[in-house]
Design a protein around this ligand. Structure first.
Ligand code: NCD
Length: 338
């Protein structure tokens, strides 16, 4: 695809070559994210970071990624603080904001809303999550992490065996990741959820149609054996029709060190898009895994900055110029990535 000036709304836009292109640019961003160097390639550019749903890492990492390329960030973090509460349409909001910015990142609780917003925008729009639908930048950073973890084991993404555990119905991160993985060869998916929270049938059908091995499991123990990646997700309580229904699924599937040792292969990589639900009744990913070297959750969040820098660099057509605007870092950097 031609990235320049494009909206990034769904992983359906990407072919395998596009993903490899994004990953090459992300690799180039490492010295800037590591604070070995700074670049001013987006000096003067403005990002509007519009989050109409809760977010910590996605919002901050998009903002930091833009800052690390030298650009400025403007933010709205609540629907309540925006004119959407005064009945303003997405169309009008998009027309207005695109006059103030060079690129817009948007998260919104309704499926399809970011695409609708993008239609009226005069600048590129990146979907940071539209309700239960999609979360393309999360899927890219997850896949980038999978690639790095597998490479460190002498493997590639092709022939990957992955278990996706938890709320596969409302989890937009798994929707996007499943679709993105389907671009690779011979992926073995184990879909582990209560029957009511299964992956939507249209996504299951598309994975099977692409020739992948897809199996559904309703028991944790049998679902997580014989896999390379164990991808755990939170129950998306905010998307359930009522709290009683959400309560029914809390804590149903919990992965801890004992369950991992008993059921998983020794080198299985553990991932989670975060936030994990650390309340006593939930704990889908137990804190006792923190010393496990296969726990990749904070490598995922670090990789998120690289992927988001790459998306901005490609969409705003500066990927080849980043190093021309580089300087050494002058302040104390804690060498936090070593
Ligand atoms: C995910 C999301 O918002 O969809 N979080 C994130 O962006 N890292 C997953 C979640 O909220 O459970």
């Amino acid at each position: 695809m031609d990235f320049v000036g494009s909206h990034i709304l769904s992983v359906d836009q990407f072919a395998r070559a596009d993903i490899e292109h994004i990953f090459r640019v992300a690799d180039d961003m490492q010295p800037y994210a590591d604070r070995d160097r700074v670049t001013r390639v987006l000096q003067g550019a403005i990002l509007s970071n519009m989050f109409f749903e809760p977010s910590t890492r996605t919002r901050i990492s998009f903002g930091s990624a833009f800052n690390m390329l030298g650009g400025e960030v403007r933010e709205t973090t609540e629907v309540a603080a925006s004119s959407l509460t005064k009945g303003e349409s997405l169309y009008d909001t998009a027309r207005v904001l695109s006059g103030y910015s060079d690129v817009i990142v948007m998260r919104h609780p309704e499926a399809g809303s970011v695409a609708e917003f993008a239609k009226a925008s005069r600048v590129p729009v990146i979907n940071a999550g539209d309700g239960p639908n999609e979360h393309p930048s999360q899927a890219l950073l997850d896949l980038y992490t999978i690639r790095k973890e597998m490479e460190s084991r002498g493997r590639a993404i092709d022939d990957l065996r992955i278990a996706l555990v938890g709320d596969l119905r409302y989890g937009r991160a798994v929707h996007s990741l499943c679709k993105l993985l389907a671009l690779f060869e011979h992926v073995h998916y184990k879909l582990v959820s209560p029957p009511e929270l299964s992956l939507p049938a249209d996504i299951v059908d598309s994975l099977k149609a692409a020739g992948h091995d897809v199996r559904e499991h309703h028991e944790l123990e049998t679902g997580i054996d014989h896999v390379d990646i164990l991808y755990v997700t939170r129950t998306q309580e905010e998307r359930f029709p009522d709290q009683d229904e959400a309560d029914r699924y809390r804590g149903l599937f919990r992965v801890n060190q004992a369950i991992y040792t008993k059921n998983c292969e020794p080198n299985t990589v553990i991932m989670h898009p975060l936030p994990r639900d650390s309340r006593a009744q939930a704990q889908e990913l137990d804190d006792d895994l923190i010393e496990n070297p296969n726990l990749a959750i904070f490598r995922q969040t670090d990789n998120g900055v690289l992927i988001r820098m790459a998306l901005f660099a490609l969409v705003l057509d500066v990927a080849d110029q980043v190093h021309n605007h580089a300087q050494p870092v002058t302040w104390y950097t804690a060498k936090r990535f070593r």
